[in-house]
Design a protein around this ligand. Structure first.
Ligand code: URA
Length: 190
């Protein structure tokens, strides 16, 4: 199938594949550059994201913005999406069946964007995109090669709000991501 952004967005907005469509205000499809080298993947929309239809705009999103700014990666230059496109009630963890119902939208976004680097924001995203037994405390900042992509995982910004001691690790990981990005860009420019 020759997929298109419009088609994907329309399908996603009309999706009723799991119960979460009943309580959503907006489908939180994704935002950013459709030709991005980096794709950030969070867990699921929260209250502010559900209201606005845009991922990572609440407190966690504002913290993510600070890290992107700190390592000189403009937010508009990356693509940001989530494993789930609809908000789970009271921000509970996604259910496996909800992830299964939704993951094809993310796969199609990945095929359209063809990013060089995928960054999992938090453990839920890493467990889905890297491996089910991923341990974020031990394995954050490590690089994995999967198909055409390099994948890494960093702490979820919401966790950093609850546990600021992890912020130093986050900055180190984000700097490593920027280094990799610069290396990739060097290789592709003559
Ligand atoms: N947390 C997420 O994982 N995604 C969002 O979009 C917002 C908060």
């Amino acid at each position: 199938m020759n997929d298109s952004w419009n088609q994907l967005f329309e399908e996603c907005s009309a999706c009723t594949a799991c119960e979460l469509h009943k309580t959503r205000t907006n489908c939180v499809f994704g935002t950013g550059s459709r030709t991005a080298d980096i794709l950030f993947v969070g867990e699921a929309p929260g209250e502010n994201e559900d209201k606005t239809g845009t991922p990572f705009v609440g407190r966690a999103g504002q913290l993510l913005d600070k890290y992107l700014f700190a390592v000189d990666i403009p937010r508009e230059s990356v693509y940001i999406a989530n494993i789930l496109k609809c908000r789970p009630p009271k921000n509970r963890d996604p259910l496996p069946a909800e992830e299964d119902a939704c993951i094809e939208f993310l796969r199609r976004q990945v095929r359209l964007i063809q990013p060089k680097i995928i960054v999992c924001l938090g453990r839920i995203s890493a467990m889905r995109l890297l491996k089910p037994d991923f341990k974020i405390t031990k394995e954050h900042g490590e690089w994995f090669e999967k198909g055409n992509f390099l994948i890494t995982a960093v702490y979820h910004p919401a966790l950093l709000l609850r546990d600021p001691r992890k912020k130093e690790d986050m900055l180190v990981d984000m700097k490593k991501i920027k280094e990799r990005l610069d290396q990739i860009k060097e290789k592709t420019t003559v």
